[in-house]
Design a protein around this ligand. Structure first.
Ligand code: ADP
Ligand code: MG
Length: 382
């Protein structure tokens, strides 16, 4: 049977990945450990990173040869609020999702740099997930001539295994690819929510289900990737008119720490986790490298990890994508900050092709009517 989904090329087009950088405030224990601020935001969305191995009294320091500068689409520091981050990275994607485009925001960076704070946040300072859903609900209420249906699923990838964070008893889930090459999680629960409070409650509960293991790097480090998938279906509220249904998808991704396993003195079981985290993040890095190749994208191996299979569209396909890289300002985190800045800098060259997802109901009903009348004729002839 024909698939009830076709794609039109209305709007969209080739778009560069938007890359944002967030520097969190210095943490108390970083100050106690003798760290000083080594990364800071300057004008024009520029970030400056100072190499702490430089002797500040060294006369050579005057030429600032070891000072590295990076420029991103937007840059946030400790003075920026959760609202600032949401408004400048994700808000712009909401009308796209409600009109049938795909969008992805992913938080990247080492453990403790602020990824979960940005994506989930707290009750008082809600992060991108809650603010985005809030705006989606608002748009639904204001746009009364359209009928919307919003569903959500929340999952984690841990050791290359997928778990449903909203229904953890369902065991490990598998990825399936449909005829159009779109990757879905088989058996994942899709829930509806009506209010922001309901969403926050669900996400906080889901987050408690995330696999968390203490490591030397951070006592509550999250070793899993968490992905919130929001699906918005929309059609006009006009009776007796054949209409199209538009489906927009928003992926909000809180990645596991990007630090290398060696840094966390991992051993045994933790080492396996490190290897798997590296496998997913390594695959992500490889995809980013291949996609951002100056001579145009080469062969992109999405199949190397669950994360890249799920994010296939977000990276190289039909999606508007924003990456928010996170760093600590502390001098003791210099190596990780430099790695993150280099990685994020490379991601700026990625381009995606964005199309609207439209199901032309009139066209498909006409097709099915033809099939039905042909079948009827056949039966009559028997
Ligand atoms: P990650 O998810 O990257 O491992 P977290 O989001 O858990 O890091 O952040 C580590 C700690 O720093 C948490 O206690 C968090 O509340 C705090 N934090 C992170 N970013 C900010 C920020 N922008 N403002 C205030 N506190 C922050
Ligand atoms: Mg986290």
């Amino acid at each position: 049977m024909a698939e009830l989904k076709s794609q039109s090329k209305v709007g969209g087009g080739e778009q560069s990945l938007t890359v944002a950088l967030r520097i969190r405030p210095m943490a108390e224990d970083e100050i106690i450990q003798g760290s000083h601020p080594a990364a800071y935001k300057v004008e024009n969305n520029m970030v400056v990173l100072l190499d702490p191995s430089d002797d500040p009294d060294d006369i050579l320091r005057a030429n600032r040869s070891r000072e590295k500068q990076y420029v991103f689409d937007c840059t946030f520091d400790g003075a920026c609020t959760q609202r600032d981050v949401y408004q400048n990275t994700t808000k712009i994607l909401i009308p796209n999702v409600t009109s049938g485009y795909n969008a992805t925001v992913f938080a990247y960076g080492p453990t403790g740099a602020g990824k979960t704070y940005t994506m989930l946040g707290t009750d008082e300072e809600p992060g991108i997930m809650v603010q985005a859903l809030n705006d989606l609900f608002l748009e639904m209420r204001q746009n009364t001539d359209k009928a919307f249906k919003v569903t959500m699923s929340y999952l984690e990838i841990y050791n290359e295994m997928i778990r449903d964070l909203l229904n953890p008893d369902s065991g490990f889930l598998e990825l399936r690819e449909d005829a159009k090459g779109s990757v879905q999680v088989a058996g994942i629960s899709e829930v509806t929510a009506r209010s922001t409070e309901e969403v926050m409650e669900m996400l906080v509960k889901g987050n408690l289900e995330r696999t968390q293991e203490p490591t030397a790097a951070n006592a509550t480090s999250s070793r899993s990737h968490a992905i919130l998938q929001v699906t918005v279906k929309q059609r006009n509220r006009v009776r007796n008119v054949m209409q199209e249904v538009r489906t927009g998808r928003l992926f909000l991704v809180d990645l596991a720490g990007s630090e290398r396993a060696a840094n966390t003195h991992n051993r045994g079981k933790r080492m396996v986790e490190g290897a798997h985290i590296n496998r997913s993040l390594l695959a992500l890095g490889n995809c980013i490298n291949a996609l951002s190749d100056k001579n145009g994208p080469k062969y992109i191996n999405y199949r190397d990890s669950k994360l890249t299979r799920l994010l296939k569209d977000a990276l190289g396909g039909n999606c508007k994508t924003v990456m928010i890289a996170h760093i600590s300002p502390a001098s003791l985190q210099f190596e990780e900050s430099r790695n993150t800045l280099v990685y994020a800098d490379r991601a700026k060259h990625i381009k995606t092709k964005v199309r609207r997802n439209v199901t032309d109901v009139a066209y498909h009903i006409a097709q099915y009517s033809n099939i039905i009348s042909e079948l009827r004729d056949e039966i009559m002839r028997l």
